[in-house]
Design a protein around this ligand. Structure first.
Ligand code: PMP
Length: 392
């Protein structure tokens, strides 16, 4: 036995049971997982190259092709959260000095700008006020002015609650010899996105929102145009982990035998497989309809409480993340703190340009129910009675 003395003693908190309170997560994500998804996470591990695991990955691929509405063979899930997919998207199609145009109407365009700049791209922004979306004419002006090889836009702007219309965008970008990259982390499954029909070249999402699985496995897909750019680029991407050519060999996207790339987050993939299966069983159209109905029901209830919705145009409201102005005389932190403490419900404040201005109420996947809308409206009504700053 070693006679060496340990320099670091066993940490006392780890000798106590882990504390995980039950919470209803009605912020912009993560959403709660369904019992079926949770039970998938507790299944015993498989090896990451076992044929049963490969089969599960193939099923994930089919599920992503359905929820993205694409036939792209270069379809997979990256082992990481939405940011990881975002980085992978840029990293694989952008080379040093490439021109990139980014639509900014909230935090996610700013984040995309940051990522593209780190890769040495020449980044130009198309800017609109938070709460607004981009028209095809505005985007066309940006494409004409900057002649980018990649255009980024967020479908579900979760910092502001805006749903960006996507029809016609792919065709427009292609006319200008530009690839279309769309972030659907906060919208996939809750609001229509049709990769092939809308001509989207790179699409990614996350697992912890409408899919209601744990974070850590992010669906993404590349069109033939995007694949061509990836396979004809002059330089190698600067990350091995996120190099989609490498990942494609692990995911069997090229029809060749699987090659080890990294150890997949196996149980997270089990959960993603089950979450996709739930959405496949429900049907995309039903899921979109349900999210819309529950969002409308919530918005009507918020207005009944005297609250004002942040996004003016009804059709531009994202059904998954609903935004409402913080009413005058209130501090958003007190409201969200009160709702968490008294009702065990997470509701969030704003983010980026909407910070301090709005409350964000998420109704995603497993959490998008009328029952949850009633619960959060009751909690908000209670908070409005208790949190008024100048209350006598
Ligand atoms: N894009 C959008 C639109 C998002 O809402 C989020 C998560 N809030 C992300 C990207 C980043 O995802 P993650 O937090 O899973 O890294």
């Amino acid at each position: 036995m070693s006679s060496q003395k340990l320099w670091v003693p066993p940490p006392a908190p780890l000798l106590q049971p882990m504390s995980v309170p039950d919470r209803l997560l009605l912020g912009p994500g993560p959403a709660n997982c369904s019992p079926r998804v949770l039970s998938a996470s507790s299944r015993q591990l498989l090896g990451h190259m076992h044929k049963e695991m490969i089969q599960i990955m193939d099923e994930i691929k089919l599920g992503i092709q359905y929820v993205f509405q694409t036939q792209n063979s270069l379809t997979l899930a990256v082992s990481g959260t939405g940011h990881c997919a975002m980085e992978a998207a840029f990293l694989n199609v952008v080379e040093q000095g490439d021109k990139v145009l980014v639509a900014v109407n909230g935090l996610w365009g700013e984040r995309a700008t940051d990522i593209a700049k780190r890769l040495g791209a020449e980044v130009h922004q198309l800017v609109k006020d938070p709460g607004e979306y981009f028209t095809l004419a505005e985007i066309e002006r940006g494409l004409m002015e900057h002649a980018p090889c990649l255009f980024f836009i967020t479908h579900g702007e979760s910092s502001t609650g805006v749903a960006q219309p996507l029809d016609g965008l792919g065709e427009l970008c292609h006319r200008y010899n530009c690839l279309l990259l769309v972030d659907a982390v906060a919208s996939l499954g809750g609001s229509p996105v049709l990769m092939d029909q809308q001509g989207i070249d790179i699409l990614y999402s996350g697992s912890q929102k409408v899919l209601s699985a744990p974070p850590g496995a992010s669906p993404m897909s590349f069109s033939e145009r995007a694949r061509e750019k990836i396979y004809t680029r002059k330089t190698k991407p600067t990350s091995f982990y996120l190099d989609v050519k490498e990942l494609a060999q692990y995911w069997g996207c090229n029809g060749s035998p699987r090659k080890y790339h990294h150890t997949a987050p196996i149980n997270t993939f089990f959960c993603l497989r089950e979450a996709l299966a739930i959405l496949v069983e429900k049907g995309l159209e039903n899921s979109w309809k349900l999210h819309k109905e529950n969002s409308l029901y919530l918005c009507a209830g918020l207005q009944k409480l005297g609250l004002q919705l942040f996004v003016k145009e009804l059709d531009a409201r994202l059904p998954t993340v609903n935004t409402v102005y913080v009413p005058e005389g209130y501090d958003w932190k007190e409201i969200t703190g009160y709702i968490m403490k008294k009702h065990g419900i997470e509701v969030s404040g704003g983010l980026g340009p909407s910070a301090g201005k709005v409350l964000r109420i998420g109704l995603m996947g497993y959490n998008s129910t009328k029952y949850n809308v009633d619960r959060v409206l009751q909690a908000l009504e209670d908070a409005l009675q208790h949190c008024l700053k100048n209350k006598l």
